[in-house]
Design a protein around this ligand. Structure first.
Ligand code: GLV
Ligand code: MN
Ligand code: MN
Length: 417
């Protein structure tokens, strides 16, 4: 009997070898990856991936926002482009598949077309977007925001933990940050966008399916909270006289956690993932604490309500502890839904392979979220072990990745018309 793997058109071995080879760049430990955006490590990854793009028949370019593109021309070279892609930057202690699976399966789809002599009606571009993850400069989706003209003021002045600005990092990477607007695609010039990504959640594993059809992406709100108290001697200042920024911040963090959980049936999630204490000495009362908020929901009204309540709570908690609180908005994206016609194509291509792919929502954000501002988009999810991601233990099998890439290839054949 023919299995699904016997029916695949893409080259399963090439895809898994490429994933393995790329994982060596920025490798930490046995299975982890640290590939910061705009770093020498990412540059090395871009060089290797450019070569694979060229082998697949594409011409390559790096734009001024730090995005890497490979392009094959269509029968009509002026037709709006079908874009496929994801990102190659990783979390500081991330996995091998987040982002890379999407870029490499896009290249695999084009390589397969080239080998078969298929010329698309419209041009196809495979892209690795710059700084999807957002941890280095505390604001993500830089490259995908860059090509749709959605960069904010102060974007170039943001600094990483070593004081390097985004502007410097772009220059060192070979980009010209004075000409970011050169990267913007004119309205109507992107026909549609397709992204394959590992699920980063446990649902596909639960229903025992290798791939899923994404219905929409939850919108992230990223805030930085600055709590200011007064430093003093840990041994002499009586408890009732203290303005301890860390005690205030701790209560805020716990109240935020309770707030997010108040409706157990809701899709709201909230995380405090980074915290800095100053002056960070064991015998000094903390004067300043800075922490991050990541708040998401597919339901924007509910997320907005949660934001309103957290701001009110933080004000009251600051008063209670005699500290001040300032809240800065780093990133605010609305949720968005995938195009019905692309979901239909993905579903019918899955059925063609004998797959009963479920619909599922993405709690993680992706470059697709930005592209949804200018064109229709679709996403294919690939099962990942125990739903673990942003962790070196992240794992997707070669078989599942190959099936996902084949669904991508088949979907591209329909979308390129
Ligand atoms: C992207 O990596 C996210 O945080 O969802
Ligand atoms: Mn990702
Ligand atoms: Mn990620």
């Amino acid at each position: 009997m023919k299995t699904i793997l016997d029916q695949l058109t893409i080259n399963k071995n090439r895809l898994s070898q490429n994933i393995e080879q790329l994982a060596e760049i920025g490798k930490i430990g046995e299975t982890g990856v640290c590939r910061p955006t705009l770093s020498t490590v990412e540059k090395k990854a871009f060089e290797l991936v450019s070569k694979w793009m060229e082998d697949a028949g594409m011409t390559t370019r790096l734009d001024n926002c730090g995005n890497l593109f490979g392009r094959i021309e269509g029968k009509d070279p002026d037709a709006p482009v079908l874009m496929i892609g994801s990102h190659l930057d990783s979390q500081p202690n991330g996995g091998r598949f987040d982002g890379t699976a999407g870029v490499l399966s896009g290249i695999e789809a084009v390589a397969t077309m080239t080998e078969k002599g298929i010329v698309p009606d419209r041009p196809i571009e495979v892209v690795s977007f710059c700084d999807e993850e957002g941890w280095r400069f505390n604001k993500g989706l830089f490259g995908s925001r860059g090509i749709i003209g959605k960069l904010d003021e102060g974007e170039l002045g943001r600094v990483d933990k070593d004081g390097v600005t985004r502007e410097q990092a772009l220059r060192e990477f070979g980009c010209n940050p004075d000409k970011l607007s050169d990267s913007v695609y004119p309205p109507g010039s992107i026909h549609s966008f397709l992204e394959l990504h590992i699920e980063q959640g446990p649902l596909l594993e639960k229903v025992d399916q290798p791939v899923g059809i994404v219905t929409g992406i939850a919108g992230p709100l990223w805030l930085t909270v600055k709590v200011k108290g007064f430093a003093g001697h840990a041994g002499t200042v009586p408890m009732y006289m203290r303005q301890d920024a860390l005690v205030g911040a701790s209560e805020m963090i716990l109240s935020f956690n309770e707030l997010v959980k108040r409706d157990s049936a809701a899709t709201t999630v909230g995380t405090v993932g980074a915290l800095n204490v100053s002056p960070a000495s064991r015998n000094v009362i903390p004067e300043e604490v800075e922490f991050t908020i990541d708040l998401r929901d597919i339901d924007l009204d509910r997320r907005n309500m949660c934001e309103y309540d957290l701001r009110e709570n933080f004000k009251q908690i600051a008063e209670k502890h005699n500290v001040t609180v300032e809240i800065i908005e780093d990133q605010n994206s609305e949720p968005s839904f995938c195009a019905g016609w692309i979901k239909d194509i993905i579903r019918s291509e899955c059925q063609h392979l004998g797959l009963d792919a479920p619909n599922l929502m993405s709690g993680a954000f992706h470059d697709s979220l930005m592209l949804s501002n200018v064109c229709d988009y679709g996403m294919i999810f690939v099962r990942c072990k125990e739903g673990i991601s942003h962790n070196p233990a992240e794992f997707a099998s070669n078989e599942d990745l190959a099936i996902g890439a084949d669904v991508l290839y088949r979907t591209v054949l329909k979308m390129m018309k």
